[in-house]
Design a binder for this molecule. Structure first.
Ligand SMILES: Cc1cc2nc3c(=O)[nH]c(=O)nc-3n(C[C@H](O)[C@H](O)[C@H](O)COP(=O)(O)O)c2cc1C
Length: 166
């Protein structure tokens, strides 16, 4: 399977668990993401507790699929460690690696955005009692997919320019 081309956002799951060895692979991939000046300012909170999933769903309107899934990973960044304003880029790279690693191991996943929505970020940071320097970036929901639709085809030659814009 070509993981890069097969990845898609999945919003329907079975309740089958994510195997611990697969979770470790996914986290290893997350921690292999590049960071500006190699600050490795990201951390990952693995959330399996269904009560916590419910609380997240109450805060995050577009993360209702978490109610079906066995697991979610909250990606956070440490503002005190990040280089300049690169925290969101670092956390985005880690988030994408999680999606790709989950795909590689046969799981569906979806990136649920937090960082740019201040109200949502504050509510999630409060829910997990995060220190003020730790910023909630995204929640990735992961599980066995029941969605058989093919991935979207993003290929568009017009999006590539060679050497010059015009
Ligand atoms: C920054 C960001 C935030 C996103 N937030 C959500 C979200 O809150 N809920 C959701 O269901 N999907 C979310 N998505 C997934 C997008 O909707 C999805 O990637 C897009 O529709 C393209 O579909 P694909 O991932 O299947 O290619 C987010 C994606 C990104 C990159």
């Amino acid at each position: 399977m070509d993981v890069l081309l097969e990845r898609k956002s999945v919003r329907n799951y079975t309740n089958e668990d994510v195997k611990q060895e697969d979770l470790e692979y996914i986290l290893r991939a997350a921690m292999s993401a590049p960071t500006a000046r190699n600050t490795r300012c990201y951390s990952f909170l693995v959330i399996k507790n269904k009560e916590t999933h419910k609380k997240i769903a109450q805060i995050h309107r577009a993360a209702q699929m978490i109610l079906e899934a066995p697991l979610a990973i909250l990606v956070v960044g440490d503002e005190d460690k990040a280089y300049e304003k690169y925290l969101p880029q670092d956390c985005a790279a880690a988030t994408q690696n999680i999606l790709l690693a989950a795909t590689a191991k046969g799981y569906g996943s979806v990136w649920c955005g937090i960082y740019s929505n201040e109200e949502r970020a504050k509510a999630i940071e409060k829910l997990f009692d995060l220190p003020t320097n730790i910023k909630a970036f995204s929640i990735v929901v992961i599980g066995k997919s029941t969605d058989n639709r093919p991935p979207k085809n993003g290929w568009d030659p017009e999006k590539t320019k060679y050497e010059k814009w015009k």
